[in-house]
Design a binder for this molecule. Structure first.
Ligand code: GLU
Length: 457
């Protein structure tokens, strides 16, 4: 059987790094198993779902290197869910309930005070036809609950009923169906909650592995029961730990925190995002993978920790710097061109500056420093000014070869007696306006003799 996975966000906001973790876990799992990847939008909540969010999610996935084999929208598949509802009703495992939220709330409170677990007591199953008729006459419409198979013959006498699965990430997992309320699958207004459409689609689309966040572990117990009620074999499940901010808060699509879009706008490379999103909270070291193939080689769902992982955005810059440092000119060329960095000097510039960049676009500042001089010329003491004048006096004549920097500084040493930092720092400041940056031996040839002399303070 072909391994088939799906990434199933609801399109209610921009995806964040935690969603990217789920998408990448699925994508890398498919890569490692020659499988298929379905992009499924869980957009049954018509009011909150938006096409523009679905489009932005696809854009973000493409940016990360994820190209789904197919894209599906649940909002276009209601007929299929309606048919499943009819099947469940016919099997008498979907039943009508008429309680209002306030009534349910009150009942939960009563159960708590009696020391009972606050689960739904299946009171709707005891309604007489007259009571139902009365509710209907009052204009109440039913919501529909799935009858969890947690009893022998009397649903009002639930018994401990364990559902087991071997989780790809967490190993042996157990959920006791008696500890849960019968889930509402269809609301009063006929709209679907996430639970049933997801199972129906996983069956219909041949999903073999469901890899998602561990906030769904309990759902899995319920959904396995629904798979069985629909005569389907449940897929393999894997629940990865969730990412939190450094202060321990969960990430939310709605808040926009750590959205893929904002990271992209900050100049973070897709492979920095992907490497951290996949490797944080696993037993693997977090290093910058060059591409998804390399990352797939480090990916092992079973190596993921069971507790939440803190995600530090600063680590993205560390990975970004590593990626810049190793990025070949061929890889950078087109993007540099878009920044206006082209021509003969583009490659030597890139090779000179790449080891000093936080983000690729920072190359532009160095390009401007080289072509137009320091952006903010430095201030020098009288002593340093004299030193620099002496230094510029001994600048070698052209043509220059690869040793010009060494030759020049040798001559400066001889002429001024300075060495070390007192020699290099004023030169660096005069030439670039900055106290740190790429090797001056690489930058000097790019300035040329004339360009260098133009920097004489
Ligand atoms: N729409 C669900 C979510 O975003 C999907 C969960 C699942 O993968 O089944 O949490």
């Amino acid at each position: 059987m072909t391994v088939t996975v799906r990434f199933a966000p609801s399109p209610t906001g921009r995806i964040h790094i935690g969603n990217a973790r789920t998408a990448l876990f699925n994508w890398l799992f498919a890569m490692n198993n020659k499988g298929r990847f379905i992009q499924r939008f869980d957009d049954t909540d018509i009011a909150r779902s938006k096409q523009e969010y679905a489009d932005s999610i696809l854009y973000d996935l493409h940016w990360l290197g994820i190209f789904p084999d197919v894209t599906e929208y649940q909002s276009r598949r209601f007929d299929i869910y309606d048919a499943a509802v009819e099947r469940l009703k016919a099997a008498r495992v979907l039943y009508a309930c008429y309680e209002t939220p306030e009534e349910l709330d009150l009942r939960r409170k009563v159960r708590r005070t009696r020391g009972l677990p606050p689960v739904y007591g299946r009171e709707a199953l005891t309604l007489t036809p007259e009571q139902v008729a009365e509710y209907q006459a009052d204009g109440r419409r039913p919501h529909w609950r799935f009858l969890l198979p947690n009893f022998t013959s009397d649903p009002l006498q639930p018994e401990r009923t364990e559902v087991h699965w071997n989780d790809l990430v967490r190993g042996e997992e157990t959920v006791d169906l008696a500890s849960l309320s019968d889930p509402v699958l269809v609301r009063e207004d006929g709209t679907y909650l996430y639970t049933l459409p997801s199972v129906v689609d996983d069956i219909e689309m041949g999903v073999s592995h469901v890899i998602r966040g561990d906030d769904h572990v309990t759902n899995t117990g319920v959904q396995i029961a629904i798979f069985r009620a629909l005569d389907a074999e449940p897929p393999v499940f894997g629940h990865h730990n969730l990412l939190t901010t450094v202060s321990g808060e969960g990430l939310s699509k709605r808040s926009g925190a750590l959205s893929i879009e904002s990271l992209r706008e900050d100049g973070i490379e897709p492979m920095a995002v992907a490497s951290l999103a996949v490797l944080v909270g696993t037993s693997e070291n977090v290093t910058a993978a060059h591409d998804l193939n390399e990352l797939a080689g480090h990916f092992d769902p079973a190596a993921t920790s069971k507790s939440a992982s803190k995600f530090d955005p600063d680590e993205l810059f560390v990975l970004n710097r590593t990626l810049m440092h190793h990025m070949s000119f061929e890889e950078a060329r087109d993007r540099l061109m878009v920044l206006g960095i082209s021509g003969d000097k583009a490659e030597p510039l890139w090779m000179a500056v790449r080891g000093n960049l936080d983000r690729l676009s920072d190359a532009l500042a160095w390009w401007q420093i080289l072509s137009d001089g320091p952006q903010e010329p430095a201030e020098f003491s009288g002593e340093d000014r004299d030193f620099l004048n002496q230094a510029f006096d001994v600048l070698p004549e052209e043509p220059w070869n690869g040793t010009v920097w060494k030759d020049w500084t040798g001559k400066i040493k001889e002429a001024t007696g300075r060495k070390g930092k007192p020699l290099f720092m004023p030169l660096r400041l005069a030439l670039t306006g900055r106290t740190s940056g790429p090797e001056l031996s690489d930058l000097l040839p790019l300035m040329g003799r004339e360009g260098t002399l133009a920097r004489r303070p």
